[in-house]
Ligand binder design. Sequence first.
Ligand code: NAG
Ligand code: NAG
Ligand code: NAG
Ligand code: NAG
Ligand code: NAG
Ligand code: NAG
Ligand code: NAG
Length: 489
Amino acid sequence: MESFHLQTSSVVCWLCIASIVVVLVIYGNFDAPVGSSDSKLEYPVSISISIPLVQLRSKIITTPASSVADHQSNRSTPHLLANQTLPRELPKAIRRREQSKLEERLARARASIRRAAARGDRNRSSIKEEDDDVVPYGIVYRNPRAFHQSYLEMERKFKVYVYSEGDLPITHDGPCKDIYSIEGRFIHEMENGAGARRFRTKNPKEAHIYFMPFSVTWMVKYLYKPLSYNLTPLREYVSDYVRVVSEKYPFWNRTSGADHFMVACHDWAPHASAGNPFLYNTSIRVLCNANTSEGFNPQKDVSLPEIHLYGGNVSSKLISPPSSTTPRPYLAFFAGGLHGPIRPILLDHWKDRDESLRIYEYLPKTLDYYSIMLQSRFCLCPSGHEVASPRIVEAIYAECVPVIISEHYSLPFSDVLRWEAFSVQVEVSEIKRLKEILEGVSEEKYRWLKENLRIVRKHFELNHPAKRFDVFHMILHSVWLRRINLRLA
Ligand SMILES: *[C@@H]1O[C@H](CO)[C@@H](O)[C@H](O)[C@H]1NC(C)=O
Ligand SMILES: *[C@@H]1O[C@H](CO)[C@@H](O)[C@H](O)[C@H]1NC(C)=O
Ligand SMILES: *[C@@H]1O[C@H](CO)[C@@H](O)[C@H](O)[C@H]1NC(C)=O
Ligand SMILES: *[C@@H]1O[C@H](CO)[C@@H](O)[C@H](O)[C@H]1NC(C)=O
Ligand SMILES: *[C@@H]1O[C@H](CO)[C@@H](O)[C@H](O)[C@H]1NC(C)=O
Ligand SMILES: *[C@@H]1O[C@H](CO)[C@@H](O)[C@H](O)[C@H]1NC(C)=O
Ligand SMILES: *[C@@H]1O[C@H](CO)[C@@H](O)[C@H](O)[C@H]1NC(C)=O
């Protein structure tokens, strides 16, 4: 206990939080005239700040160490190998100097992003030509200039250290198909893919952020006893992992894990992350299950889009949707199991009620899911067992305007994207008025939403190898944004 308290106080010295900041800049500044955007269709919308601008991580959470220590006393997980040699210890003064150089670079990045945000313009002629096709501009972004600048700074500067600790299959791998595929895709991209070539560093001292490449989906597969409903083995694995890296390297203790991140799409990832209280409360957790009433904190955590890859690929139907003039005879579409609290309400009100609303529990075998999506104007995306739904990304691919029906869901990339420009949100209490609400969307607004969907689509695309501004880079950018809000003194 004694040593823990010492540890905590030194952590407080290390962690001096800049109160600024860039996320504020990117969330904010919405008051710029929206009419000047380059998007072809313009629709006046009222703009509001959706996330409170509280100061980030203004204090270190001092959770008693006992919960960690308990796990440490019993090494039940055989999958971690503590076999690498310790990084050479540098004298403290030199370490500090290196650290402050890193932080100065980040401070410069932060300043340049703030300048871009202040310019606030959408002046395309000031943007380099090579970026012309991908450059963020227009109404779908909260602040296109700030985002673009932040993205470029990330490309120039961001360095990620991937811990090599841990064995296959649970670390250094993850599912690359089916519903949790984004978990494995991210881990592989970060370890070996294009993302690794650009952002990964082998020198932990020059890293801004530390990645713990374990897969919660594989923990469930290999450690969880089916039907036991006992998630302790998952928490123990995570606890062990953090213990191993925090004993071997100085980095975790320096910030209590604030400059560390994990990526997981499994529903139980939030529970697994509770294996270490600092991972849960201080580190950046990149999660599909971004339920703000279950500990997800949008100020430090990142919402991960769920992408369902049947057999490992996006359906070819979704890759090339029909032209925008192709008629879409159905007003709305949903098919899916009665998971969670929201879907029963939806089916209760609308199943078999109305020809134009195609609402199914199980889609009849004679019908094709994606074909109906492509024939529908709106695609309903109600939460199931967890807040995220793969339907959102499928709808974006299908150019079918997503209708988000969820509670406590922090939407992916909402720090840079304005979801209200390419989706519709319906409160659970308004489900009974669903038809009226969707019919109330004017033709002009509908075309505007669809036009914007096409613009954001690239941010949700999964490419192998990853391409600029695609989903891999957007996820990393969300991590980057949270990292530059943090300044180590
Ligand atoms: C360690 O785990 C074993 C089996 O899971 C259990 O029987 C034992 O009581 C545990 N020991 C401690 C100190 O928690
Ligand atoms: C662990 O380290 C020892 C000695 O450094 C080495 O011989 C052995 O191959 C290592 N094992 C693994 C799995 O890396
Ligand atoms: C746009 O940027 C260019 C180059 O930076 C500058 O010359 C021009 O005056 C700007 N236009 C507006 C309308 O701000
Ligand atoms: C980090 O802190 C833990 C718990 O206080 C301690 O056991 C560990 O040795 C520390 N790590 C390093 C590298 O000093
Ligand atoms: C996170 O912090 C809160 C508030 O301090 C605490 O109640 C909770 O137990 C912590 N969570 C975990 C998983 O340690
Ligand atoms: C997925 O795509 C890859 C590469 O295009 C192809 O080799 C593979 O057969 C596809 N898998 C399925 C199930 O369609
Ligand atoms: C989100 O968390 C709350 C609080 O635990 C829970 O009641 C709700 O069912 C969760 N939502 C989903 C969709 O899981």
